[in-house]
Design a protein around this ligand. Structure first.
Ligand code: ADP
Length: 497
């Protein structure tokens, strides 16, 4: 099945690494312990940089800075228009440094440079502008109440927000978290993923150049059980937002509950169905199903990782899906035209290969791929399984890699029941040309996003989040603002009605 291409020396990334320390109170500083950890190049496993390793004491320092900036600093007190203008200046700097930021992201994460430069950094910029636009449009209500009372509802910032983000989309997760929190006037301590600490430090430096006051946004690199857990259980953090695995989501929710009951939003795992109906345009459906699964090396929480295909079009779909996977261009993510780079690290790499073995052992048919690609780094061949049954592990667990599992179905009732028969509920894809079928499926699927004849549409204004064990709450759009606002009811008596 090999798509073997001669393996060349890795391309030298067109960027240098300037920031590796913790960003606390507007300053780059070492960890209190002086410790560092390495961040690795997924193309080779080589060390890119030694990064300051934040732990509980550093989280304390960062939270104190954020607390002071919230309680005494200018950020929550300045006019929303001024906040908005700083965010807009930040967006302009992001645009100016688009390509360096993208190169840093590709180097640390392994995603194709073209994807980072043409889509992800521009989306970060777009999200910051979107939330800058909200800053001066957040306002409360006055409500009629029984009796002689004047009732005002104030929408206030919630305080110090702790935010923990994963490695698959470091910059988008940054934008989804930091954008709404800061637009509402909060201050932030952000804990980046240990695999990808670099891009958030770089862009946060730009944010300060744009005029962000010290202490408003603090960035702590470090590991989950130390830095992450310290943030989740901190008594002085007023709100926690987390994106990552469902298992870790349960841990941080527990830590928040055991400490100060801070409200928590969670964006967790998925096993999203992608449903190809018998009337679908098969060529388009094949391409979209391929994209839905293989995009970002398959490392998407909302990946369309159960491809359900109607029995009448199953054989044709399978042939074409297999051909498409065999044509997928894997290689150095800095190379033009490359669609798929390496997985993030050895842990994910081994986990994916293990699931591929489970697939073979459980009797699914391996149609393409199935092995590592090349001889170094964490590349995996685009892999397609057919004859997948619902009870196989590869159809139930989140693999988080380039492994497409294709399942056959007979009718709509059956596919709805099977698609919903999962502990997750993040997203779903529906491919049909029949409006009645689309309407039926759209309503019946228990998922936070339903994409009809499209997939992975991530406009800043569209809310995103999960049903069931895929999460709690919504991010992006207007829905994210509520996560970062307190509601205060103010009542005063009236002399006259
Ligand atoms: P993955 O398995 O994809 O790495 P995780 O959910 O473990 O996903 O990681 C997402 C984020 O959660 C990362 O920033 C990670 O450091 C952090 N994290 C991991 N474990 C914990 C924990 N026990 N407490 C708080 N944060 C954690």
């Amino acid at each position: 099945f090999s798509t073997a291409v001669a393996f060349e020396e890795p391309i030298t990334p067109p960027v240098q690494i300037d920031y590796t320390q913790l960003l606390i109170n507007g300053q780059f500083v070492d960890a209190a312990s002086g410790k560092t950890f390495t961040t690795l190049d997924p193309r080779t496993g080589d060390v890119i940089a030694h990064v300051a390793e934040g732990e509980a004491e550093d989280v304390n320092r960062a939270v104190s800075a954020a607390r002071k900036a919230f309680d005494e600093g200018p950020w929550p007190r300045m006019t929303p228009y001024e906040r908005s203008r700083i965010m807009l200046r930040f967006a302009d700097l992001l645009e100016k440094h688009n390509d360096e930021i993208a190169a840093l992201e590709t180097w640390d994460n392994g995603k194709p440079y073209e994807q980072a430069a043409n889509t992800e950094v521009p989306m970060l910029t777009r999200l910051i502008r979107y939330y800058a636009g909200w800053a001066d449009k957040i306002h409360g209500l006055t409500v009629p109440a029984d009796g002689l009372h004047h009732v005002q509802i104030l929408h206030e910032p919630i305080g110090v927000a702790g935010q923990i983000i994963p490695w698959n989309f470091p910059l988008l997760m940054y934008a989804w978290k930091v954008g709404p929190a800061l637009a509402c006037g909060n201050t932030v301590v952000l804990k980046t993923a240990e695999q990808t600490p670099l891009s958030a430090l770089y862009v946060s430096k730009l944010f300060h150049e744009a005029g962000l006051p010290p202490g408003v946004l603090n960035v702590v690199s470090g590991f989950g059980p130390t830095a992450g857990a310290a943030l989740a259980s901190h008594m002085d953090v007023d709100k926690l937002a987390f994106t990552g695995s469902t298992d870790t989501g349960k841990i941080v929710l527990g830590l928040a509950a055991k400490s100060n009951l801070k409200p928590v939003t969670l964006e967790l795992g998925g096993k999203s169905p992608f449903i190809v109906c018998e009337d679908a345009d098969i060529d388009k459906a094949v391409e979209l199903a391929h994209f839905a699964l293989f995009f970002n090396q398959g490392q998407c929480c909302c990946a369309g990782s159960r491809t359900f295909v109607h029995e009448r079009v199953y054989d044709e779909f399978l042939e074409k899906a297999k051909a498409r996977a065999l044509n997928r261009v894997v290689g150095d993510p800095f190379k033009k035209g490359v669609e798929q780079g390496p997985q993030i690290d050895s842990e994910q790499f081994e986990k994916i290969l293990k699931y591929i073995r489970f697939g073979v052992e459980s009797g699914a048919t391996l149609e393409s791929g199935g092995e590592r690609f090349g001889s170094k780094g964490y590349y995996i061949q685009p892999t397609v399984f057919s004859n997948v049954q619902d009870d196989m592990l590869i159809a139930k667990d989140e693999i988080f890699g380039p492994v497409q599992t294709i399942l056959k179905f007979k009718d709509l009732d059956e596919v709805v029941q099977r698609a919903n028969n999962t502990r997750y509920g993040l997203a779903a894809g529906v491919f049909t040309q029949n409006i009645d079928t689309a309407n039926t499926l759209m309503r019946a699927l228990r998922a936070g996003s339903v994409w009809i004849n499209c997939f992975d549409i991530f406009d800043a204004a569209i809310p995103f989040g999960g049903y069931k064990m895929s999460g709690q709450g919504r991010e992006k759009g207007i829905y994210s603002l509520n996560n970062y606002l307190q509601v205060k009811a103010v009542v005063t008596p009236l002399k006259n009605p």
